[in-house]
Write a protein that binds this ligand. Structure first.
Ligand code: 5RP
Length: 261
């Protein structure tokens, strides 16, 4: 077991742990992807073992599916579950309206499908992910491999016309080869100026032939749980217009690190 976590991982852990308190027995839960979502899956596994919580998860990536199996979270497919009570996922950036940039872990397509098929989406993030305006984090766009260079050129043309392009878009690589998503697509990362109108950009991008989905999540996230390195957690609910702070005890059990050994 790691002796201790660095402040960022601690912040991710406490956000994840606090968010799992929203999960009740009998729920169908979308399981996000990424390092913060991985803590949430581990914390859910712990609640299943220790409290007998009964849930079924729908993973948003093959990586999350593997972790869920390892830590004892039962999983099913979205087609089987059809509609979910809750999705808990990480984000690369969130703004004051809880618009998000996601896809740093290349799972944005399944993440958007699963979150949209949920009554509620909770984002878990360390405080560094909060921004006044989206756009510092490169915006991931999933494209089909066929003609990807043409698609990329069309994306850049569109970004120039909207005056948001900062520099040339890049194809995400995995070593010497293009990174392949779980759906066998590519990811093009868009390097942008700050995004003035994320809703417009999301719509325009998805109209370009070859684009499968973009990493802007607009009007999908309901609650953000923000973790801080000292164990403080802020819960912001956009629909209720509320915000509250509390502390989550940082006491991960030895078991929770089992999959990391
Ligand atoms: O969108 C995602 C994966 O596609 C992740 O949720 C996002 O990249 C945040 O990851 P992390 O929690 O590791 O910072």
């Amino acid at each position: 077991m790691p002796a201790d976590l660095n402040p960022i991982d601690k912040a991710k852990f406490v956000a994840a742990k606090r968010a799992t308190e929203f999960v009740e027995t009998g729920m169908k839960v979308g399981l996000g992807t990424g390092s913060t979502a991985a803590w949430m899956v581990r914390c859910l596994g712990e609640r299943i073992r220790e409290e007998g919580l009964r849930v079924v998860g729908v993973p948003t990536s093959s990586r999350t599916a593997e972790l869920a199996r390892q830590v004892g979270v039962p999983i099913t497919t979205l087609d089987e579950a059809k509609w979910l009570d809750l999705t808990i996922d990480g984000a690369d950036e969130f703004d004051p309206n809880l618009a998000l940039i996601k896809g740093g872990g290349a799972a944005l397509l399944q993440e958007k499908i699963v979150a949209t098929a949920s009554d509620q989406m909770i984002v878990i993030a360390d405080a560094a992910k909060e921004v006044a305006q989206l756009g510092a984090f490169p915006l991931p766009v999933e494209v089909i491999p066929f003609g990807w260079q043409t698609t990329k050129a069309l994306i850049e043309e569109t970004l120039v016309s909207l005056d948001v392009l900062s520099r040339e878009c890049s194809l995400r690589m995995n070593g010497a080869k293009p990174l392949m998503t779980d759906e066998s697509n590519y990811i093009v990362d868009l390097h942008l100026k700050r995004i003035g109108n994320p809703r417009q950009l999301a719509l325009v991008l998805n109209q370009i032939p070859g684009v499968v989905e973009n990493g802007l999540f607009i009007d999908i996230c309901d609650i953000v749980v923000i973790g801080h390195g000292d164990g403080r957690v802020t819960v912001r609910d956009i629909n209720a217009g509320s915000e509250s702070d509390d502390f989550v005890e940082f006491k991960p059990s030895d078991n929770i690190f089992a999959d990391m050994e």
